[in-house]
Unconditional design. Structure first.
Length: 308
């Protein structure tokens, strides 16, 4: 039995139990999600099919990332299973295509046995491919969540300014929110969550409870401070216009401080590209001619000394 066959058998021996355990875990998680969704209430908002009262951690994670269909958890589990099976096939194809053997030959051919240092990386590359491809759906969801948080942080200051201005003009919070949502695109995540909040108010849910659920749906620190201020104003009977204006000013100052902190961090972040990209070129351009002349002088001296 060759070394390649031993590695393939080892891969299958390790991958099969892990794959079976992963499939069983995904099936149990899907069953749990279906039981939670079966006994929960739902709200339909033109494409946002369900807003259940209870969700698993995976359901909330997908919901906060923008995947809000009833079958979001099932589709994510199917995508994870498919990517895991695909990763195992890719790892098996790597072994069968003799790529690992070719890389080993190339590394062993490097003089001084320097290439043997990188042989463990070559041997572990199929397992790395399995990990990367299996985690691809989670990476996509995480990217969608980060993009959604960025868009919410972009829209929140302007929305607060508009709400504060309309409240100072004499409109109530619901009327001001309706006017603001008329000017917002439906694809923006902050507008989607505010529309869900408005639908919950229309269905008879209490304002404090609806605000708490809105904060849970968005799950952004800046937005959480705004919602906490609204809940406090609702409970103590404070003026809405003054609360919104104070929150708008506070958010603007916090954005300014964050921008200054990011600007101060730019020189530190520039060190790595300067050192790795510009410094070698500058060294070659400045010291290259000098080194070439030194090599020529040494070559002439060697030939004259040894009569070459």
């Amino acid at each position: 039995m060759t070394q390649l066959q031993i590695l393939v058998l080892l891969l299958l021996a390790i991958g099969m139990p892990i794959g079976l355990w992963l499939l069983r875990w995904l099936w149990l998680l899907a069953q749990s999600e279906q039981r939670l969704a079966a006994g929960a209430s739902a709200i339909d908002d033109r494409g946002v099919e369900a807003l259940p009262t209870q969700r698993s951690w995976l359901g909330w994670w997908l919901f906060q990332a923008g995947f809000r269909k009833n079958n979001a958890v099932t589709m994510f589990l199917l995508a994870t299973t498919a990517s895991t099976l695909l990763s195992v096939l890719v790892a098996y194809a790597l072994y069968q295509s003799q790529v690992i053997t070719l890389l080993e030959t190339v590394l062993r051919a490097i003089p001084g046995n320097v290439g043997e240092v990188f042989l463990p990386l070559v041997w572990l590359s199929p397992f790395a491919a399995i990990f990367v491809l299996a985690a691809l759906p989670a990476v996509i969801v995480r990217g969608r969540r980060r993009k959604r948080v960025t868009e919410i942080e972009q829209d929140l200051p302007l929305t607060l300014d508009l709400l504060a201005t309309l409240a100072e003009a004499g409109l109530s919070f619901d009327a001001a929110l309706d006017r603001v949502l008329e000017t917002q695109r439906r694809q923006r995540p902050l507008a989607q969550d505010f529309r869900l909040f408005r639908l919950e108010i229309l269905t008879g849910r209490g304002r404090v409870d609806a605000l708490q659920r809105l904060n849970q749906h968005v799950n952004v620190p800046w937005f959480g401070i705004f919602v906490s201020a609204l809940i406090h104003a609702e409970q103590v009977g404070a003026g809405l216009a003054a609360t919104l204006r104070a929150q708008a000013d506070d958010l603007r100052s916090r954005r300014r401080e964050r921008a200054l902190a990011m600007a101060m961090a730019v020189p530190v972040k520039l060190l790595f590209p300067l050192i790795t990209c510009f410094l070698p070129g500058i060294m070659i351009a400045s010291l290259g001619p000098i080194i070439f002349q030194i090599v020529q002088v040494l070559d002439q001296f060697t030939r004259s000394a040894f009569g070459g």
